[in-house]
Design a protein around this ligand. Structure first.
Ligand SMILES: *Cc1c(COP(=O)(O)O)cnc(C)c1O
Length: 389
């Protein structure tokens, strides 16, 4: 049977070139990068080359890049680290209603420990209004965290504007750019961010490695304490091979990103148009144009996202409903609720995300089968039966 992967926002396969770049570091170059001898030094060189690649990709300096175990750790580090460094100054954090759980959960933990958060609303497209952020600022605000692009609905946020007003107010600004880095250009200077999270497995690198950009001079506490790796900011022997893989993934994205974004956007727009043409009562979630080039998210009325996924999976098609983290729970996605969808419609969402190896024929295969799957499920749905009675 055909197997078609259309869930690149959950994770991407590592590029074969990435794996090949990693390989020597899993065999001969196994040394501890903190060791003085040649084994250590060659491992250290692998890490420092990767750091230079990541820094240059983001318009940062190498010493502003700290390698972590992924997007989740980078987000935790930014939120916990900055709030603890500045707790004498204030206790208030501003964020949005549509952040990833890797932001919302550490914020809940901070709330349990005396910090206060304001989550600003978004509009029906999932866009954050910078003026709403501005209004939420108090004398006690020490950090603003707004994601670069949303992982479920693909909406790209006005990060540079929010960063500008954060800077004007003298407040640190963090952005979770896990969905953007490697897919669209991200420059830390132009974005006016002080901290930015990225994760390799979302752009064809290995899993379990990411980075946090920390602008020079930013006050931040480390919470992983031990050795003085990563300039004393993140203890623990580095995962050399994974870091090298991330460095290679960055180089490949630098080379191909522009072309890939254009070809994915074309397939995305074809999907958006044809799904609306072929299936009645579907609604596009997210912004019609200001969205990630690889993201399609529809609410399909009268059906359950989960049953749609299972039926598509039987046809060899891998997609998602909500985010990978929420799809095993029965609560509808907080992002879809935040853009104003009623519960029953939020339950019937389908996220299709494209990537480096998506072919036009994959899209055609989906377009050929999705209408039948929807028709079959609607025929069994009491909601559909009752719809106009
Ligand atoms: C995937 C993702 C994360 C988590 O990254 P991990 O590397 O899997 O820990 C955080 N934020 C966003 C927006 C994501 O898409």
């Amino acid at each position: 049977m055909k197997r078609i992967y259309l869930d690149y926002a959950a994770t991407t396969p590592a590029d074969p070139k990435v794996i090949r770049a990693m390989e020597p570091y899993l065999f001969d170059r196994f040394g501890n990068p903190s060791s003085i001898h040649s084994f250590g030094q060659e491992a250290k060189k692998g890490i420092e080359d990767a750091r230079a690649n990541v820094a240059s990709f983001l318009g940062a300096r190498p010493e502003e890049i700290v390698f972590t175990s992924g997007g989740t750790e980078s987000n935790n580090f930014a939120l916990l680290g900055v709030t603890h460094a500045l707790k004498e100054k204030g206790d208030h954090i501003i964020t949005t209603r549509i952040e990833h759980h890797a932001i919302t959960e550490p914020l809940k933990f901070l709330e349990k420990n005396g910090f206060k958060t304001t989550s600003v609303e978004v509009d029906k497209y999932g866009l954050v209004d910078p003026q709403e952020i501005k209004k939420a600022i108090t004398k006690k605000t020490i950090l603003i965290s707004v994601m670069h692009a949303n992982n479920e609905i693909g909406t790209i946020e006005p990060i540079a504007q929010i960063g500008e007003l954060a800077r004007g107010a003298g407040i640190y600004f963090h952005s979770d750019a896990v969905q953007t880095v490697g897919h669209l250009p991200v420059n830390v200077g132009e974005s006016n961010v002080d901290l930015l999270s990225l994760s390799a497995h979302k752009f064809y690198g290995p899993k379990g490695v990411g980075a946090l950009y920390i602008r020079k001079g930013t006050r931040i506490e480390s919470f992983l304490r031990g050795g003085d790796q990563e300039n004393g900011r993140r203890a623990s022997t580095q995962n050399t091979a994974a870091i090298v893989g991330m460095g290679e993934a960055v180089l490949l994205c630098q080379e191909r990103m522009q072309e890939e974004a254009a070809s994915q956007a074309r397939l995305r727009d074809k999907l958006i148009k044809e799904i609306q043409d072929k299936i009645p009562e579907v609604y596009l979630n997210g912004h019609p144009t200001q969205r990630l080039p690889n993201n399609v998210n529809f609410s399909i009325k009268y059906i359950e996202g989960e049953s749609m996924l299972l039926n598509l999976d039987m046809l060899g098609i891998a997609a998602s409903t909500g985010s990978a983290c929420t799809s095993s729970s029965l609560e509808p996605s907080h992002v879809l609720l935040a853009i104003g969808l009623p519960h029953e419609i939020a339950h019937g969402s389908l996220r299709i995300t494209l990537g480096r190896w998506t072919k036009e024929e994959d899209i055609d295969y989906l377009l050929e089968h999705l209408p039948q799957v929807v028709e079959k499920l609607r025929a069994m749905s009491p909601l559909y039966d009752n719809r106009k009675k």
